[in-house]
Design a protein around this ligand. Structure first.
Ligand SMILES: Nc1ncnc2c1ncn2[C@@H]1O[C@H](COP(=O)(O)OP(=O)(O)OP(=O)(O)O)[C@@H](O)[C@H]1O
Ligand SMILES: [Mg+2]
Length: 256
């Protein structure tokens, strides 16, 4: 059985001008199994967003290849992918419900069925009463929940999340972290979650990919030794702090 997602010798160089290039991503080899939760941490500018854009097909690798279920990227793979960004990026003229339904409209799916699912998802994230509101009437954290529902509506096999909670206050951030784990335990998507927060990475992930500074390579992949479901008390366990410390040290070594 091939891995669900595989990056083999993937590199990305941006061309700025004929004689000016930026090597954003070094040589990346990574295999991700079905239903894994992977966190990616690394110094700013090391190519994390670039890596997610390559996986989602927004960008093409300069070298190497990316396969999903053993098959090199093709357009139909887009249906298997969902993406959540740091900014909620909702359309202000559409209601909450219609923002969530947008991917289904674009894909020409049965909207009656999708509407029921969208309402279910919005209920799950505590926004049942807000489905007919406009995004501007919602707090930032609520808007981010809507964007998570929008990514989940097409039940993506692979969910790519680029620092989705970075702009939130600590309490909302932890609340959404727990919510994400709850949804993940039901849906069992495969998640690649970029964060700068080591605790968040350890709390969420099965494995944490630690990257070096640009051009980003994988410094190490750390297995998180915590059972599931993850609980708040895990945050205070020795194995949690040991794991976080290892990642912290690796980042310190590789940021130089
Ligand atoms: N479209 C682009 N054109 C040219 N250079 C780019 C482009 N996008 C990113 N870069 C460069 O590639 C490098 C990696 O950028 P990327 O956004 O992937 O990093 P990152 O790890 O996501 O950083 P951060 O943690 O700050 O979000 C950076 O040096 C950046 O300046
Ligand atoms: Mg980034």
């Amino acid at each position: 059985m091939p891995a669900l997602l595989s990056l083999e010798g993937v590199e990305k160089t941006y061309w700025l001008a004929p004689n000016q290039t930026i090597a954003a991503l070094g040589k990346i080899d990574l295999e991700v199994q079905d239903r894994e939760f992977i966190a990616i941490v690394g110094p700013s500018g090391c190519g994390k967003t670039t890596m997610l854009k390559l996986i989602s097909g927004i960008l093409k690798p300069s070298k190497g290849r990316i396969t999903i279920q053993g098959i090199p990227f093709k357009n139909s793979h887009r249906q298997l992918l969902g993406m959540v960004f740091q900014q909620p990026a909702l359309l202000p003229w559409r209601t909450v419900l219609n923002n969530v339904l947008l991917p289904c409209e674009i894909k020409g799916q049965d909207l009656r069925k999708a509407r029921a699912l969208a309402k279910e998802l919005l209920g799950l994230v505590g926004l049942k009463k807000f489905i007919n509101r406009n995004p501007r009437e919602l707090s930032y954290g609520m808007q981010q929940r809507v964007s998570i529902c929008r990514a989940l509506i097409s039940d993506p096999k692979i969910l790519l999340m680029d620092e989705p909670f970075a702009a939130l206050d600590a309490i909302t951030r932890f609340e959404l972290t727990r919510l994400l784990l709850e949804i993940w335990s039901m849906k069992k998507n495969t998640v690649l979650f970029v964060t700068h927060n080591i605790q968040e990475a350890v709390f969420l992930a099965d494995r944490v990919v630690v990257m070096t500074s640009r051009p980003g390579r994988i410094a190490s992949i750390i297995d998180v030794p915590l059972p599931r479901p993850r609980k708040e008390e895990h945050l205070y366990e020795q194995s949690f702090s040991n794991c976080a410390k290892t990642i912290h040290q690796l980042l310190g070594l590789n940021a130089l």
